[in-house]
Design a protein around this ligand. Structure first.
Ligand code: YH5
Length: 276
């Protein structure tokens, strides 16, 4: 189970950490810290040393109410960072974007995976991803970032997320994206209540039945804040618990802020999974 990320292989037979690298002035939990490419590269180098198997570079905040970013601005933020990381890191770099122009610029700069919270539904995104021939992560979201947390509603959250992802996979395959290059993500926190997020985690094996590798991102999110009643800075232990559960229940990649702690937790999961 090797995923070819633009020449850099990612072994999906054991759970791996994806390190989050925000290059935005307004992101949730580390906003603005890595806008300088040199600072971003230093942080990415540290995440790889701590065990990250892939670095996810994002130039647009999906925070509810965050200002939309023009493609040119997003490209100006992510491309210099991606270029520098691809040149010097042994691990693949992914780009967290929904815009086809950004996907093209990022892959031209060496990005090896497209991580799209809109599941390639933006105009031109499906065609761009098919042409670029790098793996894609399709994420479920109900609504749009600005309003998605206002009144999330499902009759059957797990079934609806599974059916949405299955439909997007077929769209991708029809557009020329090989099934072998697709990863799936239930989209924790994207148009979901606490109850929806907890159900999706508990029933992750039902998404695993789609037969494609799963990526999960719960690090520091409000589902942890809500259960533990802690602010962003107090969410490490809760994040480790859900990262561990996610990997145990089948996630191949866990997207996190706290790389060293998460990588240790996932190594323990892998050891248990490999036992007789
Ligand atoms: C994801 O789940 N999430 S950006 C709110 C927080 C902390 C973190 C309130 N991109 C995902 O990380 N890509 C984002 O505290 C993602 N899966 C994938 N594939 C939101 C985020 C965050 C939001």
């Amino acid at each position: 189970m090797l995923l070819d990320c633009a020449g850099k292989p990612l072994d999906l037979s054991v759970p791996h950490v994806m390190g989050i690298l925000n290059v935005t002035p307004d992101s949730f939990s580390d906003g603005g810290r890595y806008l300088d490419p040199a600072v971003a590269v230093t942080r990415a180098r540290q995440m790889v040393a701590e065990g990250a198997a892939i670095i996810d570079v994002g130039g647009e905040s999906t925070r509810p109410g965050a200002a939309a970013v023009a493609a040119e601005e997003e490209i100006a933020r992510v491309v210099p960072v991606i270029q520098a990381l691809v040149a010097e890191l042994p691990v693949p770099v992914s780009v967290d974007t929904s815009k086809p122009e950004v996907m093209r610029a990022a892959v031209a700069a060496g990005a090896g995976l497209i991580n799209d919270v809109c599941a390639l539904q933006q105009p031109g995104a499906l065609a761009a991803a098919a042409e670029l021939r790098v793996p894609v992560c399709l994420m479920h979201m109900q609504g749009e970032p600005r309003t998605m947390q206002q009144a999330p509603h499902y009759a059957d959250v797990v079934g609806e997320v599974r059916d949405f992802l299955a439909r997007r996979v077929e769209k991708c395959v029809a557009a020329g994206i090989a099934r072998e290059r697709i990863l799936l993500d239930p989209g924790f926190g994207f148009g979901k209540t606490l109850g929806h997020n907890l159900s999706l985690l508990k029933h992750l094996p039902m998404l695993h039945e789609l037969g494609l590798p799963l990526l999960v991102g719960m690090s520091r999110k409000s589902m942890i804040g809500a259960v533990l009643d802690v602010p962003l800075e107090g969410r490490l232990y809760g994040s480790l618990a859900v990262a561990t559960l996610g990997a145990w229940l089948g996630a191949a990649i866990v997207r996190v802020h706290d790389v060293k702690a998460s990588a240790d937790a996932l190594k323990m999961v892998a050891a248990v999974q490999a036992a007789e």
